[in-house]
Design a binder for this molecule. Sequence first.
Ligand code: FEO
Length: 169
Amino acid sequence: MLTEKLETLLNKQLNLELFSAYTYLAMGSYMDERSLDGFAHWMKLQAEEELQHAQKIYTYLSDLGAKVRFEALDRPKQEFDSILDVFQTALEHEKKLARELNEISSVASEERDNTTAGFLDWFLNEQVEEVAQTNTICDKLKLIGEDGQGILLLNNELRDRQREAMAEE
Ligand code: FEO
């Protein structure tokens, strides 16, 4: 049912989502090394969400009888200049994910694969949310600057992040 091109692109996206989980865990470890438990919590929940995204694509491919292909993951970045640098890196990563998903959605539309285009709509909406959330944290960090008290307040705020219910599989 899936064309070879879409199967390849979806597998590439699945691996990119797994790499995203790896990336956020690495960012979480950067925060844990600095005892910033709220920031670390936010990153670890983000990693969980990325695994869920990968799982969602896995299930879709599998349901259609397509091959799920795992690739070797690159080593994630673990050295950063600052907390802001971590979140700016995360923001750029989320924008990249959005671009890739948009590209696959365009291919699905070109191929008149309405099922896959519909499947990808959830991801495109999720990306809007993830870019917005990350951008907001970047803006707050820019306002806070080097103020330690501000960093601790934001750390407390991020500690409250709740696990999101996964949309239907
Ligand atoms: Fe899988 Fe952060 O998007």
